[in-house]
Design a protein around this ligand. Sequence first.
Ligand SMILES: Nc1nc2c(ncn2[C@@H]2O[C@H](COP(=O)(O)OP(=O)(O)OP(=O)(O)O)[C@@H](O)[C@H]2O)c(=O)[nH]1
Length: 385
Amino acid sequence: MQALDPIAATRSPFGTVKADASPQRFTWLLGHERKMRTYLGRTLINCLPYAVGTLIAYYCALVGIMSTSLATALVVSRALSLVAIYAALRSGWSQRFRDPSLALIQVVTALLWTATMYLVTGPLHTALLPLLVLSMASATFNLDASRARLVTWFAVLLMTVVMASATLLDSTVYAPKVQFCLWVIMASILPTGLLNSMQLKRLKHRLKTQREELRVALTRLHDLATHDELTGLANRAHMGEMLEQYLQRHRDGGETFSIALIDLDFFKRVNDTHGHGVGDEVLKAFADAMRRTVRESDLPARWGGEEFLVLLPQSSADNARCVLERLRAHFNAQAVSPTVPSLRATFSAGLVSPKPGETLAMVLERADRALYAAKNAGRDHCYVG
Ligand SMILES: Nc1nc2c(ncn2[C@@H]2O[C@H](COP(=O)(O)OP(=O)(O)OP(=O)(O)O)[C@@H](O)[C@H]2O)c(=O)[nH]1
């Protein structure tokens, strides 16, 4: 269907669309691009378990569980991996990969770091398990189903090896019975988390689909409410709103405009002679002729029955008359019905521009009188009112 009006183009079916309602914040950190902002936001959230891990590492160094140099090595290595991931995302370098969010790399590095921390934090190792669960929750939600499954089993396997090794290396601090209990908890929590994430993702997908369906339905509703079904032109209600807007802008000192009220000549005869189907074909032919002839900025509408109205922005009634004469030359010569190829039709039109202080009803009344005069003059005429 034809775009109706530049004013309307900024409107949603049920109100004014705010192009981007909320201003973007932290653009220096996250950039402007919507997807990239999401990826970077996730990466920064992943820094939270790292910050907690840093505190644990230095606390361990403070109480003599590990050396300060080991704590620093762990903290710096993780910081470097996070900075590298952030830089790859922020610079756009990651765009070359199938998964530009680098979600898989992020979770694997997080898992390896958490597992290492588990091995070296001695009596504090249990504090690492919630961090592991946190990393996995974010990973399983952001990865596709097969990768999320793969990463979950990788995490279970990795922690099995780590817990077994820890028990073998230091069975006093990593007591086998305790490790076994922790292993059972870990091995049951991670797959459960995976199932929950999958369910959430399905829900998210369904919501997205429903939102798209709703958008399509709203667009269809809007088209039905503003367009004439037979000709596809704007309908009377919509054109009425448009006219009010233009008239208001004109009153506020804006540009002038004209309207042409058009009526097909002897249309009843077409219906009576050839039937309503042929009459409909003529109406469609006239609508097509208008679409082809008027300017991009002109707004044609079906006003009702065999009456049409064209709003011609930035045109005096005399300028509008030239457009109408072009339409006449085009329409009078063309075949207007595929069913009755020999059939020809004409139209009459009343043209007016709003005068100061006139209401819409007054402008339309003048257009109607001009149209009536054109009909009285023998039809196939355009009169300026
Ligand atoms: N086929 C068809 N006919 C319609 C439609 N809407 C209105 N009409 C017909 O349009 C005709 C209008 O006839 P009149 O108002 O007498 O006008 P006219 O025959 O065009 O005569 P003038 O306007 O005086 O030249 C009527 O027969 C209506 O039934 C429509 O959607 N389809």
